[in-house]
Design a protein around this ligand. Sequence first.
Ligand code: C2O
Ligand code: CU
Length: 438
Amino acid sequence: MRAASGRAALRPAPYGPTDVWSYNGSVPGPEIRVRQGDRIRILARNGLDEDTTIHWHGIRTPNAMDGVPFLTQDPIPVGGDFLYEFDALDAGTFWYHPHQRSVEQVGRGLYGPLIVDEADPIRVDRDLTWMLDDWRMTRDGQISADFGNRRDAMHGGRIGNSVTINGQIPERIAVRSGERIRLRLVNAANARIFGLDFGDLVPVVVALDGQPVTPHAPDSGIVVIGPAMRVDLVIDMTGKPGDVITVIDAFYEGLEYRLVDLAYGPDRLRDSVPDWSMDLPPNPLADPDMTSPARHRIVFNGGMMGQTMMGGGMGSMMDQMREGNMWFINGKAATGQMMDPLLVLPQGTSQVFEMNNRTAWHHPIHFHGHSFRVIARNGQPTRYREWQDTVLMAPEERVEIAFVADNPGDWMFHCHILEHQAAGMMGVIRVDPRATKT
Ligand code: C2O
Ligand code: CU
């Protein structure tokens, strides 16, 4: 797979192509699709003018294959290559992207889907993937070059003005009356959170971040998906031939817009909703032992209108802000390439993180190398104890996650709003095979 600059037809004709950075010349990059248990081997080549890496988001790889520059590998130099090789332990919807200067590399189009099929998938008529992205385009249809600016970093990140599905600003997508679709949503945007409203359709959430969940309707009927997150939906197309359903993104109040129309063709596939099971088989994840897990408090601070800004921050945070760092985990903004671990977890132990978002912003918090259960929000147990690798925290929200620290190595723990990550909102968590349980 070769990362290089190229062009892509993000906008419909008659507009011309946009200059992008992409894998193998396409946005998104090639779909990697394997069966659960398969071994994946990818030779990554760097055709960019700067260093890069590839991170396999949500895949539980060995640490050396995780694609984090300096932490798990040397960056791939210009013209160089790196062989990634790992087993697809979990079935589900995953994706890949660089972990080097991600703000710009992902923001210019370097990402793609990685789908691991179950040995025995649930029955559907069509299995579709929508990789959502949000671009900041100039009036001449090129990508605005203002990556990494301070304003984006202090607020909600780089929110753009042009949303694509699979690399195209979509008009309409054809569906058939009566068909059942598995729709795999992947949010590849730097910063935009989506809240999809499917109108009269009733989407059922069957997996989150690749991991099966008890099939359920999304809260208020809106499918919320923060940066880097995935949601697998099963949707029965219950409309009549000729109908049109408008999918609306309603996440930001007052800024709702039409994402795409689903247009029913003239024929009908079936008359009633099929009674096929929507239960995906579980993946081989170790369940945390909740009798006496180790507990850690993790506090997120910073940003515009946060406590730190209002003068409630500790002096050290104020000093760090003067140096251009705007987001903090337990009072520290990560800078540079080498980071001391925030936490050292003995391998094999059950862990609970009590996370507290003391900011005025949403943050999708991602942990590498593991999936975790989201067990509580604001002190209330969650209904489905869903497995995730990226959990969206609302402003001032408290979220508890639980997992077994079973994958040894140094793992990134960061906000996936890429501008927040770059402005300090990251850290390293070490899963130590030698540490003894205390
Ligand atoms: Cu999707 Cu640290 O990455
Ligand atoms: Cu954030």
